[in-house]
Each structure stands twice: as structure tokens, then as C-alpha cells.
Design a protein around this ligand. Sequence first.
Ligand SMILES: [Zn+2]
Length: 81
Amino acid sequence: MAWYIDKSILQTSDGNKDWWKKTYSPADEVPVSGIYICTGCKREITSNKGDKFPPQNHHQHPTGNGSIKWKLIVRTNMDGQ
Ligand SMILES: [Zn+2]
């Protein structure tokens, strides 16, 4: 879960873009800058467009929680528009 104090500076997306629907594996290229959540353990990271997601050894899951998959939860506006 991400936190905020001022809802007026956040905007709801229709979620139609691929980057809202896909999950990404360790070392995949980050499609858009933002906050991503690991679907297995709910850990969150911030990542910048064009960088790589953290490597497989970034963190460990207890057996049964599956592999690390990153899903976009908050897209950040890097252009200021
Ligand atoms: Zn995880």
C-alpha cells in the first residue's frame, strides 16, 4: 500500500495502457516511472523508466508465495505536465 496526504494531486487512470495490466519479472526494463508492488509479498519499489527492475536476489519469498512479479500501482509524472 502506498500512502498520500493530498488526494487533489493524484489522478485516477482508466488503466487501459499495457503498463497497468502487465506484471514484470526481475531485470525486465521498466516501462514507465512509478511505484510497483511485488504481487507475491506486497513489497513496493520505485523505479524509473528505462532502468531495470531489481535482480532476482532483491528479496526472498517464503516457499509457496511464488516468484517476484512487479505490478504498477502508481505512475509518476516525470514531465510535470
Ligand atoms: Zn516479493
